[in-house]
Design a protein around this ligand. Structure first.
Ligand code: UDP
Length: 446
């Protein structure tokens, strides 16, 4: 079928952004077979991403003209951003030539709002921004200038006593020191600080802003954001419910499910701790060892997703009580009845996955992206998890947090609360998020 429209999709080329944006693109594409989607990403981010009938992946220059082996994400980001605008323009022109149709709409990762917004303006087409995280973190970034102007310099100790609701309407009373680092403390001329600051200045020009959350999970903050975005905030998540295979990996099973089945019949439901610190962060070795010792003391069986570079630790962990894998099918693991606690770094996807499966959390967040803010939401606002004492994994602190969640009364209450959130998320996914997806589809394809 000859396509009627040509839409460009521009994911941010790091971490889980390309895979997430591709799932959203597939959903848009499946509902509009007469629209051609060009998915523009760097060759290293494209990896083994699959193509579909009306979704074609086109590579964008990654700023690395020497073709060097660049592994550090910060360096990759700096190189990509230096030429992103030019490289995106070039690839879009080539895609127009190949498809034989002018691009008439741009779907941008919110992080690329500045470049994509400018490109769309030059092309005289509309664009939408996709924020792959939740409402609270986006609101914090939107108030970067207000917060920086309002807060007197008193250092971190003084800032710990100031809560964000003083500056951001509808925000919970979370200390401003727990907001994403870039909001208040980053150098706004650094690549990361600049990227997020420019996003906050340009994203209101988008025709709509879609978020990986649902309308009843962060309600009061949603109202604030919706008014900033001229009532064009669209809740199209949580993605683990609204994008079919999000977080699921059928191929890399590592026999996790049979192992959990076995535990269900021996140690019982909600008895196992699942541990993962995501794709970008790892606690130092001494913390991992402390956690391993804590698990031994508590006698809680564990399934641990630990990247392959932790060989020495694997030996310490190799006892009958736990299973260690280099990658776990996280959504299917969390959905398993045997799992009773999720030890997490508080990445947004992991938190959404815990909510939609009803598994309370033990939090060990890092000063990275919005993990500290997410931990505050989980622990203080929603009451569905607990941070390890002093924020670091010690033998006693980790043992007490794991025991609290797996077997304590507080854990039981957390489980009840998270199951209620799961119910709300499921209801939203079936109703308001479906309606908002319909609106997004209409904006992008009509
Ligand atoms: N993940 C997984 N298996 C693993 C480790 C991680 O499937 O063994 C997935 C997890 O389900 C989530 C994503 O990787 O969807 C991590 O995203 P998140 O936002 O939680 O953290 P990040 O890696 O971006 O810090």
């Amino acid at each position: 079928m000859k396509p009627k429209r040509h839409v460009a999709v521009c994911p941010f080329p790091l971490a889980s952004h390309p895979a997430t944006l591709l799932l959203l693109t597939q959903k848009l594409a499946a509902a509009s077979p007469d629209v051609h989607f060009t998915f523009l990403t760097t060759s290293y981010a494209a990896g083994a991403l699959p193509e579909f009938a009306n979704v074609r992946i086109r590579h964008v220059g990654d700023g690395n003209s020497e073709g060097e082996e660049v592994r550090h994400p910060k360096e990759r980001l700096r190189m990509f951003l230096e030429d992103a605008s030019q490289n995106l323009r070039r690839s879009m022109a080539a895609a127009e030539e190949e498809v034989g149709l002018k691009i008439c709409f741009v779907v941008a990762d919110a992080l690329l709002s500045k470049d994509c917004g400018e490109i769309a303006e030059e092309m005289k087409v509309k664009w939408v921004a996709i924020w792959t995280s939740g409402v609270a973190s986006l609101a914090a970034h939107m108030y970067t200038d207000v917060l920086r102007t309002g807060i007197q310099d008193g250092g971190i100790e003084a800032h710990k006593k100031i809560t964000a609701d003083k500056y951001i309407p509808g925000f919970p009373p979370i200390p401003i020191t727990e907001l994403p680092y870039d909001v208040i403390y980053a150098d706004l001329s650094s690549p990361g600080g600049r990227l997020l600051h420019l996003m906050s200045l340009t994203i209101p020009k988008a025709a709509a802003v879609a978020v990986n959350s649902s309308s009843h999970l962060e309600t009061t903050i949603s109202a604030t954001l919706d008014s900033i975005f001229s009532h064009n905030l669209l809740h199209v998540g949580p993605f683990p419910l609204t994008l079919s295979s999000h977080g699921d990996d059928e191929k890399n099973d590592h026999d996790c499910l049979p192992w959990l089945d076995h535990h269900l019949s021996t140690t019982g439901p909600a008895s196992v701790a699942y541990i993962s610190f995501g794709t970008a962060n790892a606690p130092p070795a001494e913390e991992l060892i402390a956690l391993a010792k804590a698990l031994k003391v508590t006698d809680v069986p564990f399934l641990w997703s630990l990247p392959d570079d932790n060989y020495s630790l694997r030996e310490i962990l190799a006892n009958g009580q736990g299973k260690v894998v280099s990658w776990a099918p996280q959504m299917r693991v969390l959905r398993h009845e045997a799992v009773g606690a999720h030890v997490t770094h508080c990445g947004w996807n992991s938190i959404m996955e815990s909510i939609v499966t009803g598994v309370p959390m033990v939090c060990r967040p890092f000063m990275f992206a919005e993990q500290m803010l997410n931990k505050e939401l989980v622990e203080s606002v929603w009451g569905i998890g607990v941070e390890v004492e002093s924020g670091k994994l010690t033998e006693d602190g980790a043992a007490s947090a794991v025991e609290k969640v797996v077997s304590g009364d507080e854990g039981r209450r957390m489980r009840e609360r998270i199951r209620e959130m799961k119910r709300i998320a499921q209801e939203d996914a079936a109703q308001s998020s479906t309606q908002d997806f319909g609106k997004l589809l209409k904006i992008v394809t009509e």
